[in-house]
Design a protein around this ligand. Sequence first.
Ligand code: PMP
Length: 353
Amino acid sequence: MKAFEKNIRRVEPYVPGEQPREKVIKLNTNENPYPPAPGVRTALERLEAGADAMRLYPDPTSRELTEALAEFYHVGTDQVFVGVGSDDVLSMCFLTFFNSDKPVFFPDITYSFYKVWAGLYRIPYECKPLDENFHIVKEDYYGENGGVIFPNPNAPTSLYESLDVVEDILRHNQDVIVIIDEAYIDFAGPSALSLLEKYENLIVTRTFSKSRSMAGMRIGYAIASPLLIRYLNDAKYSFNSYTMNQAALACGVEAVKDKAYFEEQVQKIKETRAWACEEFRKLGFTFPEPSGNFLFVTHPDYSAGRLFEELKKRGVYVRHWDSSRISPYLRVTVGTREEMEKLFEVIRIVLEL
Ligand code: PMP
């Protein structure tokens, strides 16, 4: 180690899924297989025609996008915070809200970025094991802590917890901030947004990357009480005032406006998901009931690690982790019906069925 390295911040970074250059069937990063709303293309054309405007800074308040989201969710504009994907929003939330000496609680099997932000910002944390069916044990969250965060539906399990469970955890944690990461909620049951009026310490985070088909544009947001949004903005303006670029702001507004298109795409994914469940079952796979745009599947007779490699060799990318509790599972994003048919065709060849 060089002498000057001793004061360098060391972090264990998050490992994103692969983005292969060649054309593959890409079911490894929970992207949406359909294009974004048609208005997004129009917004890009408008931006191209008005490219001169790029010399100006974007609106630091992201006013139009914030207003569009506030209108869509029937909340005040002072209850919305936007960022560069929900990763940016969540990172800001960790920085802003988790400043205690007590540990932040989150599940042992969950979005692996939580540990990374905790490491980056030196936040103590404690992982609470999911039960044998991958459900949250709500009583584990009753103890003293410095905050709580979990995704609903959870990742990579795709399991949804009922609002009763979410509210129970909130009720027991009114002196800390509770973040519900709803990246996948549009494919699932009711959202925790309905609990905002009752719990001023609740933050709900969302993304345009999944249900709105805009992972490449990087847009995420949080909805919470005006008090918490003020704290988030203070942190943001102490970090980077111009997080959202002009294109993301303009395209985001168009995506939010087209409710009919949004609902139609979500419905298509849910239908393909239901069909994929049947197909996986026929092939002998088991899995928790999926509520996201992905499934978490395991086969009793075939190693997930091997299946992952065999699929990849044949141009089908899914996700596999080598960590103990989830190593028997593959996370498979719901693609188009055609992509899923191809997936099952390849699985049949590999399993020699
Ligand atoms: N939360 C969860 C649970 C996720 O799986 C993801 C996707 N990797 C994110 C947040 C972040 O998504 P994005 O930054 O694209 O909004």
